[in-house]
Structures are given as C-alpha cells and as structure tokens.
Design a protein around this ligand. Structure first.
Ligand SMILES: Cc1cc2nc3c(=O)[nH]c(=O)nc-3n(C[C@H](O)[C@H](O)[C@H](O)COP(=O)(O)OP(=O)(O)OC[C@H]3O[C@@H](n4cnc5c(N)ncnc54)[C@H](O)[C@@H]3O)c2cc1C
Length: 398
C-alpha cells in the first residue's frame, strides 16, 4: 500500500483476475452472466452503488421499455411470462435484481474507472479506479486491477449532455437534465419547457402534461413518430423484408395513424426510420402517449431555442418569447470511454463509438472487447456479451 499525503492519493494493492468488465448496466450484467456460465473469472467495476443505474437512478417513474420484452432481455434469462409486453420500470428493476442474484453477479461498486492501458510486456490490461462515495475528507483512494481481457460496457448514455444556451446561467427557474426528472407531479400549473424531442423528451412532455403542467416541447429537426406496435411489427418484418420496404410501410402506417403532423409544427424526415437508425444511430420517436396531447393542445410544439433573457423569458428562432418556470433538457448524452482508455484510438472513434462496423464492433486487439456500444439496444448488448464470453473461453481452453 502506498500513501502519498502530498496529493492526497492512496493506492491499494493490485487485484488480478482473468477479465475486467467496466460498467454494470445491462451490457455489463449480460457479460458477467455469460462469463459465469462459462466459468471465466472476472471483476465487474461500476462507478455507481447499484446495477443498471440508468434505469435505477436516472429514469422517471412512468418509464416503460419502448420495445417489447422479447427485444430487451439480457443474455440467458428471458423476462417472466407474467410481465407485460412493454415492461414498466418497476418490473424491469425487479428483473435486473433477480438477474444479478441468479448469476451470482457482485459488482465492485463505487469504482470510477479513470485509466486503462494495455501493458505490452506483461500482456495484461491495467485498470485504475477512483473510489467514489464514502468520506470525501479522507485521501482519494485509487485501486488497481489487472486482467488478460478488458470488456468496456460503459454504454451510450454515460455523461448527461446540456448544450450551451445564451443566457441560461441567468435563468431564475429550475434547470435539469432528463436524468434528474422523476415525475410531473410537482410541476402542476407550472410553465415547463422540454428541450429535445427524442424518446425521453416526448415521454417527459407527456408525463408533465398528464400532471397538469403547461407543457411545451422544442421539436427542432424532422422526426418520425411511430406507434409502439408498428415498431414491433417493423422489427419482425425486417427478418424477411428489406429495410427500405419496411421503412415505407412504417411511414405509411405513421401517416395513417397521425396524419399531417406539419399542422402541429413538426415534419417527417425524407429518409425512413430504420435507415436513419442505422445511418445516424438515432431512434424514431415511439409514441407512448405524447401525440394525443400534442393534438389536443395540452403540449405546445415550439421551434429551436435561441436564447434566454431577463431571467425567465425564452426566445425562439421564430422570434417569439415565452416565460417558463422550469426547463428540462432531454438533449442526450456523451460517451466518455475515449477519455480514460489509453492507446485504443485504432478501435474507438473520438466520440467513443467503435470504428469497426456492425457485426465486427465487439472485438479489438490484445484482449479488448466492448459490449453494448454499437447502438443495437439491449438485445444487441446481450448478443455482444455472449460472443465475447465464447471468444475468451475459446482462447482460455486452447
Ligand atoms: C428513456 C430510454 C428508454 C430506452 N428504452 C429502450 C428499449 O425499450 N429497448 C432497448 O433495447 N433499449 C432502450 N434504451 C436504451 C438502453 O437504455 C440501453 O440500450 C441500455 O441501457 C444499454 O445498456 P448498457 O449496459 O450498454 O449501458 P448503461 O445502461 O448506460 O450502463 C453503463 C454502466 O456503466 C457505468 N459506467 C460508465 N462509465 C463508467 C466508468 N468510467 N467507470 C465505472 N463505471 C462506469 C455506468 O454507471 C452504467 O451503470 C432506452 C434508453 C433510454 C434513455
């Protein structure tokens, strides 16, 4: 053990294992379960104090999975038959807890990975973590882990992102990111602006309006709004028909169901929803109820935000101004793996996405793997996990 009082850092001894998994979200849990099934020793590092923190701590009460449960299950364990097709948050959390128990998954919580590097001479990955939580007045504790294999499962939703907005720092009301939003209850009769019209933004706007908040949402770019059942059928049809044909069916069904959306201040993109998902990794909006409230005027659609003035007035690109009590930024996330993973720029892009295209995105050099980074959702992460475990097992048993 090495204690350096000068910079208040304390490094404890190195812990060795066969494989190190970073991130105990669904991808990391699927990987741990797959390792368990093949008896591969591993250490699972997680910065938070619970598994699947995105669903545990950073989702709102009304949250449901957008896709049917058969497209969202983790590796080796389907959702219970009694669960509804679109699994609500409370059931999802139960499933994740049961999952961890069933596969004896015990993450090392409070371990924020700060640095990882491959040691060419020793043919080992060395991972350094900073312990978070606990008593912050004592020296910062750094822990070291070493393993022949490294699996990055830190997700696509790592760091909440809020864009720079002129005048935002002077806004007198509440400003939060969607990850801090729990329920619309406390916003009844308040003027609330949701910035961002992806799935989170739309669902939060829906929740707010159901609780009686005077809700507005910024819809800046063209969007596909599709019912959850149309998406389900679309996903199944993709197995037999071309993406182009399925896309045209989805657009047709969306037009039939939602009609001319320009009446409500929105536009559809020229390209189809699955095409955009593959090209830009951008999901269509799966309607969980927001559209009927847009149609009835309970949710007002506004154009892009320009600036904020006088503490509570938001100026929009069409020149109009409105006052708001709260602004909720549903403006997504940034990945951060590239910030702590040294020397793997041949595998990861600057934004943390894998350079090799699907289906070759999961395996790098020197025992490096990633699970759940290819934009293929929960089912894609489960498939990555199983491939990684099998690949490592093949190497170990050679
Ligand atoms: C509102 C919403 C609805 C969604 N609905 C669906 C759906 O219906 N179906 C679907 O397939 N997908 C859905 N998704 C996407 C789904 O959430 C992701 O596919 C899933 O969370 C990916 O799991 P993951 O393990 O890759 O990442 P995450 O769930 O983000 O887990 C990553 C973990 O890594 C940890 N971590 C990050 N950095 C570090 C570090 N440096 N050190 C230690 N730990 C670290 C994080 O704390 C986190 O626990 C939805 C997402 C959102 C936001």
């Amino acid at each position: 053990m090495n204690l350096s009082a000068g910079n208040q850092k304390m490094t404890t001894g190195v812990e060795q294992t066969a494989a190190i998994i970073v991130g105990a979200g669904p991808a990391g849990l699927s990987t741990a379960a797959s390792f368990h099934q093949l008896s591969i020793p591993y250490t699972l590092l997680e910065r938070e104090d619970c598994v699947a923190s995105l669903f545990n701590k950073k989702s709102f009460d009304r949250f449901h999975l957008h896709l049917p449960k058969r497209f969202c299950q983790l590796a080796h364990m389907p959702f219970p038959a009694k669960f509804p097709t679109f699994v609500p948050r409370i059931d999802l959390l139960k499933y994740l807890d049961d999952y961890a128990s069933r596969f004896d998954i015990k993450p090392k919580f409070g371990n924020l990975v700060k640095h990882a590097k491959y040691d060419e001479d020793r043919k080992m990955w060395r991972v350094e973590t900073k312990m978070i939580g606990g008593d912050r007045s004592v020296a910062e504790e750094v822990r070291c882990y070493e393993g022949r294999y490294l699996v990055v499962a830190t997700g696509e939703n790592t760091e909440p992102f809020v864009p720079e907005v002129d005048g935002l720092s002077g806004f007198k009301g509440e400003v939060i990111h969607s990850t801090e939003y729990k329920s619309g209850k406390k916003y009844e009769n308040k003027n609330v602006l949701v910035v961002g019209s992806g799935n989170s933004g739309m669902e939060i706007a829906h929740d707010l309006s159901e609780y009686g908040a005077k809700t507005s949402i910024i819809v800046r770019s063209p969007i596909h709004i599709i019912s959850k059942w149309s998406v389900t059928i679309g996903l199944l049809l993709l197995k037999i028909w071309s993406l182009r044909f399925v896309d045209s069916l989805l657009v047709w069904s969306s037009k039939l169901m939602y009609g001319d959306i320009t009446k409500y201040g929105m536009q559809r993109p020229k390209e189809g929803p699955f095409f955009i998902k593959v090209r830009d990794n951008k999901y269509p909006v799966i309607d969980m109820g927001a559209f009927k409230n847009i149609k009835s005027g309970k949710i007002q659609v506004l154009p892009a935000l320009k600036s904020i003035k006088d503490g509570d007035e938001v100026v929009f690109e069409n020149g109009k101004c409105y006052q708001f009590d709260a602004i909720i930024f549903a403006t997504g996330f940034r990945r951060s793996t590239q910030l702590w993973l040294e020397g793997n720029d041949c595998f990861l892009n600057k934004d943390g996405t894998p350079k090799p295209m699907y289906p070759n995105h999961w395996k790098g050099e020197n025992g490096f793997y990633c699970a759940g980074l290819a934009g293929t959702g929960l089912i894609g992460a489960a498939m990555d996990a199983q491939k990684i475990a099998q690949d490592i097992c093949n190497q170990i048993s050679k």
